[in-house]
Design a binder for this molecule. Structure first.
Ligand code: PMP
Length: 414
């Protein structure tokens, strides 16, 4: 059992009032709040250590470099990568996927090759592949979802052919909360000798990740969604693949030797880290991962599961409520995969999602509205957008009660 009231004290922002109401922050899938320890460790680095990494002989530069490499080791441990060579720092999930699209695309894809994605992908796992299409005539094969918001695994299996080169798929939908069976997906893909990229942006804050146990080939996540700072993220890649891929960007640190005639590349992972990295954010990210690990992801997951199930029960009692994803237990029978992540998307009658979100905000409830960067999924669902609540471990049942009461008040206005 987590002591939520004690943990909430780590997040001063949760004490804010919005329009005279206690803030209820239910937009955690967009970004999580930061504990004081993350803010403190970054402030301390700027106040006492700051110097550019890797290129200095002086004390501060070496200290900053050590902190950054310790952070890389913390990330390695967090996802259980074999080696820190497999941990590339990026600006976030988006940059990580763009890196793979560009470099893996250049190394391994030819005209006519195919990549499998799914209908529930975030734009970050669609558009990079489309950008690649301007350079190579690759095809995107899209795995459909079922009406209750799960991957159609039968269809998935049927998408493979001799031209399939990569599966790029999200572990958890940022709209539906659907938790995809990535273990099974990886087994199926590997049976066809096809590598798999996992978009773990919505998984990393909620469930333990073990890239060796999963045997995924690439995995991307963002620091800011896992209680860390903005502007920092991770690309995990198997060394054997990263070694064969060309650099993504050129500049300082990613080189071995440079001349106007010929330039060689640095070793992994630096080959993919051109320019001055956000070495303060790497320290903040490591602190956030240590913080989450100390609380314990299984305890976090259990608490968030309780919150989600409680919210679903309350929401389902509201007339004209439409919840997307999260099939009800009755509909699912004994299927334990029914449990989704801590994200709930919904609409009420014909009330516009933006109106609901705006009025909830006036009552202090922060939710997200819109297409959630998943327009193809909105098309599939036949809607323009949803209201989305998303929970973190610092949220409480009391906050859900406040939210439901506010929602009922707003609905009455229509
Ligand atoms: N994938 C998913 C599933 C996401 O939810 C998000 C963020 N909403 C992203 C990718 C992109 O993450 P970022 O903006 O941090 O790069």
């Amino acid at each position: 059992m987590l002591n939520i009231q004690r943990l909430r004290k780590d997040f001063p922002i949760l004490e804010r009032e919005i329009y005279g109401h206690q803030l209820v922050y239910f937009d955690n899938a967009a970004t999580t709040q930061k504990p004081r320890c993350v803010i403190d460790v970054m402030t301390d680095e700027y106040l006492n250590v700051n110097a550019n990494v890797h290129r200095g002989v002086h004390y501060l530069s070496q200290q900053a470099t050590d902190l950054m490499e310790q952070a890389r080791e913390t990330v390695r441990r967090f996802i259980n990568a074999r080696s820190t060579s497999e941990v590339v720092f990026t600006r976030g999930t988006t940059e990580s996927i763009n890196l793979v699209a560009s470099s893996f695309g250049q190394a391994f894809l030819d005209d006519g090759d195919e990549i499998i994605v799914s209908e529930m992908e975030h734009h970050s796992n669609i558009v990079p592949w489309q950008l690649l299409q301007s350079r190579k005539a690759i095809k995107l094969r899209v795995c459909p979802i079922t009406d209750d918001g799960r991957l159609d695994m039968e269809a998935f299996v049927g998408l493979f052919n001799a031209r399939t080169r990569l599966v790029a798929i999200t572990a958890v939908s940022n709209v539906l909360g659907t938790v995809n069976p990535i273990e099974e997906i990886i087994v199926v893909a590997h049976a066809h000798q096809v590598p798999v990229l996992i978009d773990a942006a919505q998984a990393a804050p909620h469930q333990a990740i073990d890239v060796q146990a999963l045997d995924c080939d690439f995995l991307a996540f963002s620091g800011h969604k896992v209680y860390g700072p903005t502007g920092i993220g991770v690309l995990y890649g198997k060394e054997s693949l990263l070694e064969q891929m060309p650099p993504y960007m050129g500049g300082g640190e990613m080189i071995g030797k440079v001349s106007f005639e010929h330039t060689t590349w640095n070793q992994l992972p630096y080959k993919f880290e051109a320019g001055t990295p956000d070495y303060v954010a790497t320290t903040g990210l490591a602190r956030a991962l240590d913080y989450v690990t100390a609380i314990g992801l299984p305890a976090i997951q259990a608490h968030e599961h309780d919150l989600t199930q409680y919210a679903l029960r309350q929401l389902r009692q509201i007339p004209e409520m439409r919840i997307f994803g999260h099939p009800s237990p009755e509909a699912m029978g004994k299927d334990t995969q029914a449990d989704g992540s801590a994200v709930i998307s919904f609409l009420v009658g014909h009330i516009h999602h933006l109106d609901l979100g705006t009025l909830l905000d006036r009552l202090g409830i922060a939710v997200r509205t819109g297409h959630h960067c998943a327009e193809p999924l909105m098309h599939r669902l036949g809607i323009e957008g949803t209201v989305r609540t998303s929970f973190a471990f610092y949220n409480t049942i009391d906050e859900i009660d406040l939210f439901i009461a506010a929602l009922q008040r707003v609905i009455k206005m229509f």
